[in-house]
Design a protein around this ligand. Sequence first.
Ligand code: PGA
Length: 259
Amino acid sequence: MRTPIIGGNWKMNTDRASAATLAEGVLGAAALHPGPEVVVFPPFPYLLPVHEVLRRPIIGGRTVHLGAQDVYHAEKGAFTGEVSPLMLRDCGCTWALVGHSERRHVIGEGDDNVNMKLRSAIAAGLSVILCIGETLHQRETGDTNHINERQTRLGLREVSPEQLTRIVIAYEPVWAIGTGKTATPNDAQEAHFHIRRVVADMFGQDAAGRIRIQYGGSMNAANAAALLSMPDIDGGLIGGASLKAEDFGAIIAAAAARR
Ligand code: PGA
């Protein structure tokens, strides 16, 4: 049985005070609904203050994990503006996102870059969420499975089976992110099923059965339960609805109920 994983991607939102308050709310929600693994991804400047909040013990000893929205592929050096995986660990992060659609399509990152980031984060001891997903045009031209396969294969290139145990895949159709349009549970399930088949082809059936594949793209308190009820959907990566502790808490509750 795969433990559901719920991530809150705060993107370029919150300020120092509201980030700490939101983290407190998430900690409370996670304590109320044990079971799912919960990770929040604040903006870089708020990692430390959020870490201070998340360090507080909660009932049952459960924790909310801290993650970074992006990471650079080198350990240190002359890379102005970048943040290394070691710095992230030093600030309390145990997770990092790589390949988020806004990094791919707004900032212009390609699969090679995403793969370098993933491998360097994993080598530094972080766990990684690899984000993949098709654009609206690619869906309309019937390329969904092809794109997901390519981004999965290139994203996981030169990853060892042992390293794969610290990787989660987030299937996030680009047209569903921040638009209020959600993939239907059946469409999402079909994509997840296909992605799992690709992982099976690369790493074998056992590894494919263990890897967690989250759905992302306008997941909210109202649609989470239906999406999470699908057999290959192992959690959610949530943007907009992760900015309100109550909504994010309802999604954690839906994941806990599924379990
Ligand atoms: P959204 O964002 O929930 O606002 O659609 C999801 C994501 O970008 O991870």
